[in-house]
Design a protein around this ligand. Structure first.
Ligand code: HEM
Length: 448
């Protein structure tokens, strides 16, 4: 199939069109699948319940999948996309590689839902509901999950590397990692309570158990037994040393007793601003549950794709050929869409990616331009108001100049009148002198 520039323009145009259209996206709603897939929620719930019954840790893994999805460009199932020869997803990012689990459970749910209601329930919604059902299956709180997310057609390893917090972070790093996503420090603390369940690898807490002082020594000794100082990177320890298979407030009790497994965990109770909140949760599981549920709702609302954005993947591991791409092709040349075959699949994917990058660049440029226009408009308004002020000043000056002109004219008249008067005075003086000299002459003649 030969692509020429017209096809690219058409594809590009329709991609942008869809993108722009999708900006006016709808909100999530809890009954989104009420008519389109009424069994969606019960299917997810029972699949999660049986997966957690089989292996408790699966509840933790599914909860973490949703977190790692939402923190990287929003809850759009980007975390589920596999790498291909021409596409790098998020699975290979440091925080995810050999660490994220639960993909099989998501696949199982997706297969069931594709049979029940094909092309309807997004992978991103499955992740959000599975996270909630996991917490419930482990004895934790429930919350209402807003639905209607769609799946991304992109992923970003860079964003995954940058946006997912590291277990080596200090309190200030954790606070800013969450505030970058719009969360308060309090929400960061309560969400960290997810570490009341699940496991972590030795490589993530070795430094803490061997080198840190703010750690309970019995706890450190017991964890060391399965995490040697130089080996066993992948050996697991429970994040909550007391009741790891329960979603309870024991995590916070552990922190108060200096039994946090990760450096980042113990940072929440280390003499800093979050100590008091940790103490509150350690004594009130109901406060922890209520706050955790609200923070999870907020997390699930992170930049979802809705309306016409993204797509509903049929297989959560890969995105389907971009819909606007096909429409673009169809409108340019009805016959071309039929030409897409397996042989060109790979090539098309590369081209789609290039177009998506181009689209992203364009949208970025557009945003930059909008900002520039805004800046210039503000400057212009500033100049206009300065101009108005200047005009007022000029008017005042003009009036002053006019008054000066008037004054000058009056001065000229007065000066000429003065000159006339001076001439008159001179004439009078002359006349007076003449008269006096005539008088003197008469007196002289008389005297002789
Ligand atoms: C506060 C910053 C956080 C850091 C630094 C962090 C870091 C980690 C690390 C290093 C692990 C162990 C991974 C492994 O060994 O393979 C882990 C596990 C886990 N994290 Fe976090 N995490 C954070 C916040 C969260 C949040 C907000 C949630 C969910 C709301 C969460 C849920 C979990 C769960 C459930 C596990 C256990 C997963 C399993 O056993 O498969 N974490 N986290």
């Amino acid at each position: 199939m030969a692509f020429n520039s017209h096809y690219y323009y058409a594809i590009f145009f329709f991609s942008v069109l869809f993108y722009v259209f999708s900006i006016a996206s709808s909100q999530l709603s809890s009954d989104f699948y009420g008519t389109s897939c009424p069994k969606a929620l019960s299917t997810i719930k029972s699949a999660v319940a049986s997966a957690v019954a089989k292996e408790h840790r699966m509840g933790a893994s599914l909860l973490r999948l949703h977190f790692h999805d939402c923190f990287v460009n929003g809850c759009d199932a980007s975390v589920l996309l596999d790498d291909t020869s021409s596409f790098t997803g998020e699975k290979s990012a440091g925080a995810n590689v050999n660490s994220l689990r639960g993909f099989d459970v998501i696949d199982d749910i997706k297969t069931q839902l594709e049979t029940a209601c094909p092309g309807t329930v997004s992978c991103a919604d499955i992740l959000a509901v599975a996270a909630r059902d996991s917490v419930v299956a482990l004895g934790g709180p429930a919350w209402t999950v807003g639905l209607g997310r769609r799946d991304s057609i992109t992923a970003s390893k860079d964003a995954a590397t940058k946006d997912i917090p590291s277990p080596l972070m200090d309190l200030s790093g954790l606070i800013s990692a969450f505030s970058n996503k719009g969360f308060t420090t309090q929400e960061m603390v309560v969400l960290s309570g997810a570490h009341t369940t699940g496991q972590a690898k030795c490589q993530f807490f070795r430094d803490r158990i061997y080198n840190e002082s703010s750690i309970n020594s019995d706890f450190a000794t017991s964890v060391k037994s399965n995490c040697p100082s130089t080996d066993g990177d992948s050996n697991l320890s429970p994040l909550d040393v007391t009741t790891n298979v329960l979603f309870d407030n024991a995590y916070f009790k552990n922190l108060v007793n200096k039994k946090g497994l990760l450096h980042s965990d113990q940072q929440l109770f280390s003499g800093g601003s979050t100590d008091s909140q940790v103490t509150t949760y350690s004594t009130s599981s109901s406060t922890f549950y209520a706050d955790f549920a609200s923070a999870m709702v907020k997390m699930g609302n992170l930049s979802p794709l809705t309306g016409n954005s993204g797509q509903i993947r049929t297989n959560c591991h890969k995105f389907s050929v971009f819909v606007p791409f096909l429409i673009g092709l169809a409108l340019v040349d009805d016959g071309i869409a039929n030409d897409i075959d397996d042989q060109h699949g790979e090539e098309s994917v590369t081209k789609i990616e290039a177009l998506q990058h181009k689209r992203d660049r364009l949208v970025r440029k557009n945003t930059e331009r909008k900002e520039k226009i805004k800046r210039l408009t503000t400057e212009l308004e500033g100049l206009r108001s300065n101009g108005a002020e200047m005009r007022k000043k000029i008017d005042v000056l003009r009036r002053e100049v006019a008054q000066l002109h008037e004054a000058t004219k009056v001065m000229k008249v007065i000066a000429s009148q003065a000159m006339d008067l001076e001439a008159e005075v001179a004439r009078l003086q002359h006349d007076t002198l003449m008269k006096m000299s005539a008088i003197y002459q008469v007196r002289y003649l008389k005297g002789r």
